[in-house]
Write a protein that binds this ligand. Structure first.
Ligand code: 3HC
Length: 289
């Protein structure tokens, strides 16, 4: 399927990433369905949509009629079948658990029309781990958005050995239709492009904290004020989720067996305590207030 033929998108998962990706699609004029197994998560996503769209109108960044149209284009449903049965393009953004993703791709292959492209927004699982679960590996790729997806312009499209060139191009073009600046990775690599670079910064920040060289506030402040990053590494981990930092390091460690790839003791401690960042009200910083 070429990008021009894509009129409808289904986003699977209404969590940290999915709720904003689905809104990006609706704002780009695409008929969008957003589905999640949790009714509560969908209600939160719908409430966010209403607040976000009215906020954009109030700020003068969106015409009221454009906000109305986007809201009408975005449907929320707990039924996977209903969400995907007419979708031209699917973006999977569920929990980062490989078994769950494999199971979902098997179901998607059954439920979607045969020409539908299946993309995963996973931060670290390459799509070749999922393509084999389907009868359409040439239509499977990675399409990785950044948090907050409504703001961050970059989208990484990763072409696996199974991915047809037209599929990768359709994902690139779809991202452009959302106003993004997509980048294409010609081969699969753990962490893709951005998270490989980000990981070096985060590992170094954790090393400096764990060895008592500086406080996290000062490390964050230095990265913002010396390097011009919009936020420091600890604030950023609170935004993206410390559970994600933990799982991505564990996945890397499982792959390499190198103890150096294990999550840092600080990340493990936060993970075990359930202090996963903003979404839990507490991470490196406290958001409960
Ligand atoms: N959702 C939607 N929009 C948001 C938002 C959110 N959570 N937070 C901020 N915004 C919008 C605001 O509405 C505002 O829009 P406007 O300028 O059009 O009116 C704009 O972003 C700027 O917001 P603020 O002035 O309130 O705040 P900041 O200027 O501090 O920007 C930020 C907030 C955009 C989050 C900025 O701090 C930033 O870019 N931080 C870095 C984020 C980053 O690095 N993301 C990548 C993480 S890595 C990743 O995602 C990998 C993946 O695998 C997890």
């Amino acid at each position: 399927m070429s990008a021009g033929e894509i009129n409808s998108v289904a986003v699977i998962g209404a969590g940290n990433m999915g709720h904003q990706i689905s809104l990006c699609c609706a704002l780009a004029g695409l008929e969008t369905s957003c589905t999640d197994v949790s009714e509560e998560q969908l209600q939160e996503a719908e409430a966010f949509m209403e607040k976000y769209l009215s906020g954009r109108v109030a700020k003068g960044k969106l015409l009221p009629e454009s906000a109305d149209q986007a809201a009408k284009r975005l449907r929320f449903t707990t039924s996977l079948e209903e969400a995907v049965r007419e979708a031209d393009f699917v973006i999977e953004a569920i929990t980062e658990k490989l078994d769950l993703k494999k199971d979902l791709f098997r179901k998607l292959d059954q439920l979607c029309p045969p020409q539908t492209i299946l993309a995963t927004n996973s931060s670290f699982f390459v799509s070749s781990l999922l393509a084999g679960e389907t009868n359409r590996p040439e239509l499977v790729c990675n399409m990785h958005f950044f948090n907050p997806a409504l703001v961050m312009k970059c989208v990484e499209v990763v072409k696996g050995p199974h991915t047809a060139a037209e599929t990768a191009e359709a994902a690139m073009e779809l991202a452009r239709r959302m106003g993004k600046e997509p980048v294409l990775l010609h081969k699969e690599i753990y962490g893709f492009l951005v998270n490989r670079i980000l990981r070096q910064i985060i590992d170094e920040a954790l090393f400096l904290l764990d060895t008592g060289v500086a406080s996290m506030e000062d490390i964050d402040s230095a990265v913002v004020n010396a390097l011009g990053h919009p936020m420091g590494p600890f604030t950023l981990m609170d935004l993206t989720g410390i559970d994600l930092s933990y799982h991505s390091a564990m996945e890397r460690y499982r792959e390499t067996g190198d103890p150096g790839d294990k999550p840092s003791p600080t990340v493990v401690e936060k993970y075990v305590k359930g202090e996963w960042g903003r979404k839990k009200g507490r991470g490196f910083y406290n958001y409960e207030k």
